[in-house]
Design a binder for this molecule. Structure first.
Ligand code: GTP
Ligand code: MG
Length: 285
């Protein structure tokens, strides 16, 4: 009330500017419609948990066909996904690691992030929007000869992991998924594209087979040693903030972080032992 009285006395242009500023500052939020704010749900994510935002291409089986991506792996397409993920890490400093394969990427936020007050919708939409616009923005760098035929769409979800173990199991799950799908797809598309089988015949042939059987088909029929396939295809891509030591002019060493991509195994302990600074500060009690 006091604020309204003060504002009513403002009449000059300068005073009008002052009134606008007061409104913008929230001091004047007295509209009768204000109550609708209460309908917004609070989606603040639990504290002290790892936040993973996973984005996934919508109907990318169609997107890949229309853009004639190589089967089963199109290197430029996967490199473009990696470029977009690097952009996300570059723009969101609280993302300490990302893992991607096929048309999906998982972004791991620091356990103690307070970005957007940990609101799920803000985190998801900002990440997925940054990723999607980057995909379009960088397209021509990876496909200079190919026109983008329609705008790609990505969905996003937020998942919480309470411990370092559950976070690592999550990342292992995604990498195992990459391995299983890639072995299947590599065998399937060799049977179709080189072996002359129809999609249905290849599907039938692979029904009930184990990894060893697929390795054998690849080797005996197509001379392919699956182990020699690109790590990027077999293991996906992990992007993280690497700690690098930078020597300074005064002889001292400065620690800087550098966004680095690797296609290594993240299921075993090796990667985590080599990069203890990623998870160790958040060791489970
Ligand atoms: P939704 O995610 O449910 O909307 O469906 P989706 O069609 O995107 O399927 P999903 O995310 O389960 O799988 C990703 C699909 O993208 C694969 O099945 C492939 O069809 C396609 N894809 C991803 N990467 C490549 C690639 O490098 N080459 C080709 N040819 N296709 C790819
Ligand atoms: Mg998809």
């Amino acid at each position: 009330m006091l604020m309204l009285k003060v504002l009513k006395t403002f009449t000059t242009a300068a005073q009008f500017q002052c009134k606008r500023a007061l409104c913008a500052s929230g001091a004047m939020s007295h509209s009768k419609y204000e109550y609708v704010r209460q309908y917004e749900s609070d989606d603040k994510l639990l504290p002290n948990c790892w936040i993973v935002i996973r984005i996934d291409g919508k109907a990318f089986h169609k997107f890949s066909d229309v853009h004639q991506f190589q089967k089963p792996n199109d290197k430029p397409a996967l490199d473009l996904m990696n470029r977009c993920a690097e952009r996300v890490l570059d723009q969101f400093r609280d993302v300490l690691l990302a893992y991607g394969q096929s048309d999906e990427y998982s972004f791991v936020f620091r356990k103690d992030t307070v970005l957007y007050n940990r609101r799920a919708s803000k985190l998801m939409t900002n990440i997925v929007s940054q990723f999607g616009s980057s995909y379009v923005f960088y397209w021509k760098d990876f496909f200079p000869e190919k026109q983008l035929k329609f705008p790609p769409v990505f969905d996003a979800r937020a998942v919480l992991y309470p411990t370092n173990l559950t976070l690592r199991d999550y990342l292992s799950w995604r990498q195992v998924d990459c391995h299983i799908n890639n072995l299947y797809n590599t065998t399937f598309w060799n049977l179709v594209l080189k072996g002359g089988l129809t999609n249905q015949q290849a599907q039938e042939k692979l029904k009930g087979t184990f990894a060893a059987d697929k390795n054998e088909i690849l080797f005996s029929q197509f001379g392919i040693n699956y182990n020699n396939e690109r790590d990027q295809f077999k293991k996906g891509t992990t992007i993280y903030r690497e700690r690098v030591e930078v020597p300074m002019e005064n002889g001292q060493i400065k620690i800087r972080s550098k966004i680095t991509a690797t296609h290594c195994d993240i299921i075993g302990d090796g990667f985590w032992e080599d990069h203890t600074y990623l998870l160790d500060p958040y060791k489970d009690a």
